[in-house]
Design a protein around this ligand. Structure first.
Ligand code: RIB
Length: 301
């Protein structure tokens, strides 16, 4: 079983600050770094580091060649990462505060110029055994979802960042939604009992709802009672960037390995705990560790 992750590739410009900058203020950063990011790229790296066979499809400009090299160095198949000569690579401006929280401004760049021919080429070798993973940082998601459905592939959708455009997509094709609290409430159009509202709206889908330090729920299709996993304890939160991406990649790896949803949640929360204990986006995603035993998680990095 392989994963085709059709998703964003961003150059992350990361500014470490005491507190987030306020309107009208000019703020000196404590440090600055530039690295590989994008929800798509991060999730491909998480999958690869969790031992899954993953192909990444997406688009960059000449300034983003190092993103393709980064994926490749982690064993991700990059045959479907196109380089567009006249576009900028997507980029993110990320502030990370002293408590490890982040806020992000995105410029889509080449991520928003995926063509029909690129989509058709990417799907050629995939079949009903395989999984499509998507986020919400590229264009043409509707076509991508229909292509996957034609092939009989299972679609895992992490609608992040969540926007109104998501409601125009063929959401009935989604096998598994992966949402955090904010995305879940927006998708449900409700803040009350998000899981049950999503269950009613998307009765043919599994729903994974992550709540950060309050744990995560998984509600399988056809079920009304969710599985819950608490979050792993972390001594010091350094940087939460890519925690959700790490969770997503490791959760899917657990499902592919045949773990129960409860064990896949535990594996994913261990991996996310390691991710937030280190700075950076893709660079802080842990490498494969298994089996799911709490005591092993800390030794894994
Ligand atoms: O989820 C974290 C990612 O969101 C960052 O790497 C940034 O590029 C944005 O896409």
């Amino acid at each position: 079983m392989r994963v085709l992750n059709f998703g964003s590739l961003n150059i992350d410009n990361v500014f470490a600050v005491q507190e987030f900058v306020r309107p009208g203020e000019t703020l000196a950063a404590k440090s600055f770094s530039r690295g590989a990011g994008g929800k798509g790229l991060n999730q491909s790296i998480a999958l690869a580091r969790a031992g899954v066979s993953v192909s990444h499809a997406g688009k960059i400009g000449p300034d983003g060649i190092f993103l393709k090299e980064t994926l490749s160095a982690d064993g991700v198949d990059v045959s479907f990462v196109d380089v567009s000569p006249n576009e900028f690579t997507g980029s993110a401006m990320i502030q990370v505060s002293s408590s490890g929280e982040n806020c992000i401004i995105l410029y889509g760049g080449a991520n928003q110029n995926i063509s029909r021919s690129q989509i058709e080429r990417a799907f050629e070798t995939f079949s009903s055994e395989d999984i499509l993973l998507i986020q919400n940082e590229i264009n043409s998601l509707d076509l991508i979802m229909h292509k996957a459905a034609e092939k009989g592939m299972r679609i895992f959708f992490n609608p992040a960042p969540m926007t109104d455009n998501v409601f125009e997509l063929p959401l009935n094709l989604v096998d598994t939604f992966i949402v955090n609290e904010i995305e879940g409430a927006m998708l449900a159009r409700s803040e009350d009992d998000v899981l049950q509202v999503l269950r009613q709206k998307y009765s043919n889908s599994n729903i994974l709802l992550t709540l950060g330090s309050r744990g995560a729920f998984y509600l399988a299709k056809g079920e009304v009672k969710p599985v819950f996993s608490p979050a792993c304890k972390v001594e010091k939160v350094v940087d939460t960037t890519a925690a959700g991406d790490t969770f997503t990649g490791y959760f899917i790896s657990g499902i592919i390995r045949g773990l129960s949803p409860a064990d896949a949640l535990l594996l994913a929360s261990q991996a996310a705990a390691l991710c937030i204990s280190a700075p950076g986006a893709s660079s802080s995603i842990p490498r494969f560790f298994f089996p799911v035993k709490k005591s092993l998680a800390k030794k894994a990095m």
